[in-house]
Design a protein around this ligand. Structure first.
Ligand code: RIB
Length: 308
């Protein structure tokens, strides 16, 4: 059993419509069945870490509304410690409007609501959890000042922070030197490095530029191709697992949650990234963010089936 993982971040209720393709601006297209599912990058990562076997505490803010109450019930079903998930009066819970195309791609618009009210005081209030954590995982769907407060407090406590810089946002260079592991996708790696990323070679160049900002371990996720791992002066492509993509929503979140579990269990870096690749691959085979997050048994069986 790994040690505790604290995930700090967003919760959204995802309103999902499947459609033949993503509509262009100003266009109306007829889609398929509507579904409402649990999502939000932070919550998806917390659920992935919990289902993969981590002992997880989630720090988040919700509205004191139907979505907020359902969110807490769902997180508890996944055995996540919700003592730092607070419903704020007069705030609306976060909502994401998602179109998923027939080829599994998505377009997402987020109404942040209470996620925008996760302020640095939440980090002070969660100090007991941070002090006992083996890893803290966070992303960029909540205010940057809170992410800075997280990095400062974790540095003082000696707790490593995994930062998934999603969605892509400009960050101060000071942030990079204080994260233990940075996990951008190709778009985010482009924004951070200022270099185009279209294949493994260009991702390597972008990765070198990001490392020069002071990041110690960098993992650039590259969808079904796998992930490029920069660690200890080496760069390794850890291959992904080709699967039939139904919906890629939350695949990056699943990768990050699973990665933290593997890290907390002391797996080697290539093993940890392969484990996270397998969890992410399984997640794209089903519709919806949290409904598609696999269990530990699913990931272990998938890895056995795909190891020659
Ligand atoms: O990363 C996927 C998530 O992004 C969705 O669940 C949606 O809520 C948005 O936060």
């Amino acid at each position: 059993m790994g040690k505790s993982i604290v995930v700090i971040g967003s919760y959204n209720t995802d309103m999902v419509v499947q459609a033949p393709r993503i509509p262009s601006p100003g266009e109306t297209i007829l889609g398929g069945t509507f579904s409402m599912v649990a999502g939000g990058k932070g919550a998806n990562q917390a659920v992935a870490a919990a289902r993969c076997g981590g002992s997880v505490t989630f720090v988040a803010r919700l509205g004191d509304d139907m979505f907020g109450h359902e969110a807490i019930a769902g997180l508890k079903t996944d055995n996540i410690d919700t003592s730092h998930v607070i419903c704020l009066p007069d705030a609306a819970s976060g909502v994401a409007l998602i179109t998923v195309s027939d080829d599994g791609e998505n377009a997402i618009t987020v109404a942040s609501g209470a996620n925008a009210l996760l302020m640095p005081d939440a980090i002070e209030k969660a100090d007991d959890a941070l002090s006992g954590a083996s890893i803290v995982l966070t992303q960029l769907e909540t205010p940057l000042e809170t992410i800075r407060a997280t990095l400062d407090r974790c540095q003082a406590l000696g707790v490593p922070v995994v930062l998934n810089p999603a969605p892509a946002l400009p960050l101060d260079d000071a942030v990079f030197a204080s994260v233990a592991v940075l996990t951008p996708n190709e778009t985010e790696a482009e924004l951070i490095s200022g270099l185009p990323v279209s294949d493994v070679e260009t991702a390597k160049s972008a990765g070198e530029a990001i490392l020069a900002k002071g990041v110690s371990t960098l993992i650039i996720t590259m969808g079904s191709q796998g992930a490029l791992l920069f660690e200890g002066g080496t760069c390794t492509m850890v291959p992904g697992y080709p699967v039939e993509a139904v919906d890629t929503t939350g695949a990056g979140d699943t990768f990050n949650g699973a990665l933290c579990v593997a890290m907390s269990e002391g797996k080697t870096w290539p093993e940890a990234v392969a484990f996270a690749n397998a969890a992410a691959a399984l997640s794209v085979t089903k519709l919806g963010a949290q409904p598609s997050v696999p269990t530990r048994a699913d990931v272990d069986a998938f890895l056995i089936a795909h190891t020659s």
